[in-house]
Design a protein around this ligand. Structure first.
Ligand code: SIN
Ligand code: FE2
Length: 217
């Protein structure tokens, strides 16, 4: 009886949707962890502030980024790469919070990738209009590991294509609490985020956060 009463207070069980070979969206998977995830992001951003990095071609990215973990993804005129230190502060990136490591490990397992042990988390902050053009995640040393991507705040449209840039793109709506996992045959699939629409999220305001967990080294 107690469990019946409690059941009404818990978030609904996550549903899953396949979006490609070895790729799945775990709907609402992170909903029960939102306060802990937001606190973790806030702590990271205190030590390693969000910044707009510059692409090798000299364009400032519309998405503001920071990192935590033993390696952080950066871009500047010299190229895309992982770096152990934050170039803005000269200090190592903040450690990967346990809540992030555990969520990534569990979500990867649920998606068919047991044993995932991330060492890097790129934190992307989108404001209305910000977007991420189609790209592949290919700066990691070993592409045998999956990618786990957590969405918080305003909804966004995730484009998920194929190995070729010109492959047809699936448009996947991602909302607060969704977790996408891709790996294996889709590990190098092209993906991106369409320009964020105006809006106001009850917990995050006019923002979307994306936490992308990877094994970089
Ligand atoms: C990324 O590809 O690094 C981020 C994708 C997202 O914001 O959902
Ligand atoms: Fe990516």
């Amino acid at each position: 009886m107690t469990s019946d009463l409690l059941a009404g207070l818990e978030p609904p069980p996550p549903s899953r949707a396949g979006i490609g070979p070895g790729a799945v969206v775990l709907r609402g998977r992170a909903l029960g962890l939102v306060p802990a995830l937001l606190a973790a992001v806030e702590r990271v951003a205190e030590a390693a502030p969000f910044r707009h990095m510059v692409t090798p071609g000299g364009f400032e990215m519309s998405v503001a980024m920071t990192n935590c973990g033993t390696a952080g993804w950066i871009t500047d005129r010299a190229g895309y790469r992982y770096a152990a230190e934050d170039p803005m502060t000269g200090r190592p990136w903040p450690a990967l919070p346990e809540v992030l490591r555990d969520l990534a490990h569990e979500a990867a397992e649920e998606a068919g990738y047991p044993g995932f042990d991330p060492d890097a988390c790129l934190i992307n902050r989108y404001e209305p209009g910000a977007r991420l053009t189609l790209h592949q995640d290919r700066d990691e040393r070993n592409r045998g590991h999956p990618i786990v991507s957590v969405s918080l705040g305003l909804p966004a449209t995730f484009q998920f294509g194929g190995l070729k840039r010109t492959d047809p793109l699936l448009r996947v709506p991602l909302t607060h609490g969704d977790v996408v996992v891709w790996g294996g045959p889709s590990r190098l699939f092209h993906h991106g985020i369409l320009p964020l629409k105006e809006g106001e999220h009850p917990e995050l305001g006019a923002r979307r956060l994306n936490l992308t967990l990877r094994r970089a080294l």
